[in-house]
Design a protein around this ligand. Sequence first.
Ligand SMILES: Cc1cc2nc3c(=O)[nH]c(=O)nc-3n(C[C@H](O)[C@H](O)[C@H](O)COP(=O)(O)OP(=O)(O)OC[C@H]3O[C@@H](n4cnc5c(N)ncnc54)[C@H](O)[C@@H]3O)c2cc1C
Length: 344
Amino acid sequence: MADKIVVLVHTEPDGSLAKSGFEAVGTGKALAGALGTAFSVGLVGKEVQGAADVLASCGAAAFFGVSGPDFADARYGSDAGAVEALIKAAGASVVVATGTSRFARVLAGVAGRLNGRVDSHVTKAVAEGDSPAVTRWFYRQRIEAGIKRTQRPWIISIDPGSQVPWKGEKGSGKVEAVAVSLSDAAKSAKVTGIKAPTADQQTIRPDADLLLVAGAGWTKKQADGNIHVDDAAKLILDFLSKSRASLGGSKSAVDMSGEGGAALPFMTHLHQVGQTGATPRHLKGLATCCHGEEPHVVGWRFITERRAINLNAGCGWAQGKTDVLYVADAFEVMRKVNERLKPK
Ligand SMILES: Cc1cc2nc3c(=O)[nH]c(=O)nc-3n(C[C@H](O)[C@H](O)[C@H](O)COP(=O)(O)OP(=O)(O)OC[C@H]3O[C@@H](n4cnc5c(N)ncnc54)[C@H](O)[C@@H]3O)c2cc1C
C-alpha cells in the first residue's frame, strides 16, 4: 500500500515559520511527488492559521493543526501529545518533521508510543521504487549511510540547513483543528521564562548566509612583534554585528583559553569547525588567520563558496581548498571591510 505522508512543523512564538519549516515542507512535497502520493501538513504552535496561509499553495491535501496557549512553548508533554495526535489525524505512515531542537526532544518518544521508528539528521529523502529512502551522516560526517525501513510509522527528521526551502504564493489554508487532551502532569510543567544570550552575544547563527572562521593567527604575534588580541576581538565582533554572519573557530583558536594563552574572549568549543568540531552549512565561508587542513577539508565540506585571508601564500587553504585566497593581513582587510559595511 502506498505510504501516506505528513510534514510536521511548529510555528515560532510570533506565529511565523522558520526556514527549517519551509525546508521540511519542500522535502515532504518532493518525496510525495517522487512516490506519486499525496501529503498533508501538521502544524503545532500557539497560532497556526498564519502558517497554513503561508503554505496554502504548497500542494498539501490537508492542513491539520494543534494550537492554543498550551502549545506555545516547547514542553515534552504537550509537544509529544500534539505530534502523536497529528500523525494519527493524518493517518500517516511516513512523517517528515523539521529537525529543530524542539521537535528533536519528542520525536523518538512519539515513535516509541506508536511502535514506529525514527531517523534524525536526515539530509536527503528520495523514492526508491515505491518506498522512501533516506540519507544521513555518521561519525562526524565521515560516513554517509542510506537507510530504508519497513516499520511504520517512520518518522524522518530533516537536518535544518540541508534542504532547499519551499517557496510559493500565500493564500488561505483551511486548518482542521485536532484536539489533544493533556494529562495533569503535562499541564503542570510551566515554562516560566527563557534564559538565552542576547542576539549580539549569540554568535553561532545557523541561518546566516556567511560563516566567518577565526583561526589562532588572530592571537599570535604580529609584524610589530606584539599580540593584538583586543583589536582582533573588536574587529571580529564589529564584523559579526554588521554582517550578522555566524562565527566559527579553528581548534587552535577555541583551545587558546584553556591553555592560558591570549584568547578571543567570545570563542567557545561550540564554535569549533572541523573533523572534531561542527560541519556547518552556510552558503559562504570566509576563513581568517586560519591555516589548518582539518577545519577546511572536513569542517567546510558543505560550504558552497569559500574564501580565506592569510599572510602565508602556502597555507593549507592555498592548496586548492579555497575558491579565493587573499594573501594579506587579516587585521587590515577586516578593518577596511568593516568601514564599508553598513549595519544590517
Ligand atoms: C585528531 C585531530 C583532530 C583535529 N580536529 C580539528 C578540528 O576539528 N578543527 C580544527 O580547526 N582543527 C583541528 N585539529 C587541529 C588542526 O590540525 C590544526 O592544528 C588547527 O586547525 C590549526 O589552527 P589554526 O589554523 O587556527 O592555527 P595555526 O596553525 O597557528 O595558523 C594560524 C594562521 O594564521 C595566519 N596569520 C597570522 N597572523 C595573520 C594575519 N595578521 N593575517 C592573516 N593571517 C595571519 C598564519 O599565517 C597561520 O597560517 C585537529 C587535530 C587533530 C590531531
